[in-house]
Design a protein around this ligand. Structure first.
Ligand code: NAD
Length: 475
């Protein structure tokens, strides 16, 4: 066994030792530490932003968003935590149970593993780690091997404020991720569908839960009554932010025939005006450059036309923001996740064809629908097999963190964010029953010895509870 893997096991054991004190601190105590941590993140936002730009090559504004939006989410969760984790006292389901008082307590999974990809290393790590910490779990984050530095620096901040040692980072490779899945009590994973499937299998073997946020192939549907200018600008940003390396990137555009020509002209003009590095950056890894170049080459070789962009520079991992037309579902750029700055646009006869093609994928992360008539767009949204639909906008659900983000089909399992659910998912319910009064009803009716009298009495009582009307009383 390599020393790195022994380290994973040792690190998780160390977390187990300190986790119970963290849980015992109570939600108020934990919120206090997390608020201090949010302030540390704010005070060190410039450093974290620089690190993100250095290791991901993001445009500055996108790096700033990735640092500051999670802090807003952390503050939101701090406000929610007390209420979300409050002990519940369900009302008795029948008269017999009225003699009991019941507490349903939220007890955390002791060690939560948060495994993240390279496209939003800091944002995705904090988004999942902080609700788990607030729930009372100890957390170990494993960032992608290509982009560990910002996460390492951010987790150091937890130690720097003197918080209990329940938050740590393991900056290892895929093997370290595998070792972590073998040790943790709950795995929250963001990454590719292929890896998510492997993690789900291992978690099933270990009988531990996992939350999976996986890949996507998000469609945009532009209806005949859309504001073409708005749709073209929104879709360009939705497809090209982070150079298209976003799970919810717009990866397919279906435009109905009457407005197709004006839409593609506006879109291509806008995309041609974007500036290298300032608006759209290079891809993060050479592997991703290979995938995007392959999709582009396959499309053009199969008859697609390039209306904007189309150029590549392998040494710089640069792919020009590219608008492709005359594309169809035989091409990889419409079937597989591209994760890059390609915008394939399909002309469709009507909206039912758009809906059919939008749903013709194994993914189901999110979608956008563009129309001046919100009711019209809502009717289309209701036909889409995805976890979120943004009307006249892109990525909007991600910023509305009181709502859940949940991938359907092969885009995920479970959900993240979503108010109380985002914290409570890291807990197991523990039910504690207590006698309300010293009335030994259980003993009288249920416990040994079984006698004819008890059998009779219990039978009549249970029948009276289960039935309604005349059936309560045996004739
Ligand atoms: P990836 O699946 O290759 O790797 C993600 C993480 O998993 C890395 O930290 C990696 O080291 C680790 N890992 C790899 N194999 C593992 C294993 N067997 N066990 C445990 N850990 C393992 O993904 P990537 O290429 O880094 O990221 C891109 C993917 O992430 C895209 O498919 C994208 O759509 C997806 N993504 C999804 C969301 C979402 O919220 N749905 C957000 C961002 C990215």
């Amino acid at each position: 066994m390599s020393s790195e893997l022994i380290d994973v096991s040792k690190r998780v054991s160390e977390l187990r030792v300190v986790q119970s004190d963290w849980e015992s601190l109570g939600v108020t105590g934990r919120v206090r530490w997390v608020r201090r941590y949010a302030n540390w993140l704010l005070d060190n936002a410039d450093l974290l932003t620089e690190l993100l730009v250095a290791e991901c090559g993001k445009p500055l504004v996108e790096a700033k968003v990735e640092v500051t939006v999670p802090i807003d989410i952390i503050k939101y969760y701090c406000r929610q935590a007390e209420k979300s984790l409050r002990t519940r006292h369900p009302a008795p389901p029948n008269l017999l149970n009225a003699v009991k008082r019941v507490d349903v307590v939220h007890r955390p999974y002791p060690v939560v593993a948060v495994i993240t990809p390279w496209n939003f290393p800091l944002g995705l790590s904090l988004l999942d780690a902080i609700p788990a910490l607030l729930a009372g779990a100890a957390v170990v984050v494993k960032p992608a091997p290509a982009t560990p530095h910002t996460v390492v620096a951010a987790v150091e901040g937890w130690a720097e404020i003197g918080a209990p040692a329940v938050f740590t980072v393991i900056a290892g490779d895929d093997d370290a991720g595998r070792a972590l899945v073998d040790e943790a009590d709950y795995v929250q994973f963001t990454g590719s569908t292929a890896t998510g499937r492997k993690i789900a299998q291992r978690c099933a073997e270990r009988l531990i839960p996992c939350g999976l946020e996986l890949g996507g192939k998000d469609p945009a549907i532009v209806l005949a009554d859309a504001d073409v200018e708005l749709a073209a600008h929104g879709i360009a940003w939705g497809a090209l932010i982070n150079a298209g390396q976003m799970c919810t990137s717009v990866e397919r555009v279906y435009v109905v025939d009457p407005i197709y020509d004006s839409f593609v002209e506006t879109l291509a003009g806008h995309v041609r005006s974007l500036r290298r590095d300032l608006d759209v950056s290079s891809l993060v890894t050479a592997e991703q450059f290979e995938v995007v170049s392959r999709h582009l080459a396959d499309a053009t070789a199969s008859g697609a036309r390039v209306l904007a962009g189309g150029g590549t520079e392998p040494a710089e991992r640069w792919v020009e923001p590219t608008v492709l037309v005359d594309v169809d579902h035989t091409m990889t750029c419409l079937r597989e996740e591209t994760f890059g700055p390609l915008i394939p646009v399909v002309r469709v006869g009507d909206e039912s064809e758009a809906v059919r093609l939008a749903n013709a994928t194994t993914y189901g992360l999110s979608a956008s629908v563009w129309s001046r008539d919100i009711r019209h767009a809502e009717r289309v949204a209701a036909q889409l097999d995805v976890g979120a639909v943004n009307i006249n906008d892109v990525h909007a659900n991600l910023f509305f963190f009181a709502a859940p983000m949940a991938g359907w089909k092969e885009s995920g399992l479970g959900s993240r964010l979503g108010g109380a659910d985002g914290i409570v998912k890291y807990c197991r319910p523990q039910t504690v029953t207590k006698p309300r009064a010293p009335l030994p009803l259980q003993r009288l009716l249920l416990w040994y010895p079984y006698t004819d009298f008890r059998t009779n009495l219990l039978g009549r009582t249970l029948r009276a509870l289960a039935a309604t009307g005349r059936r309560r009383f045996r004739s």
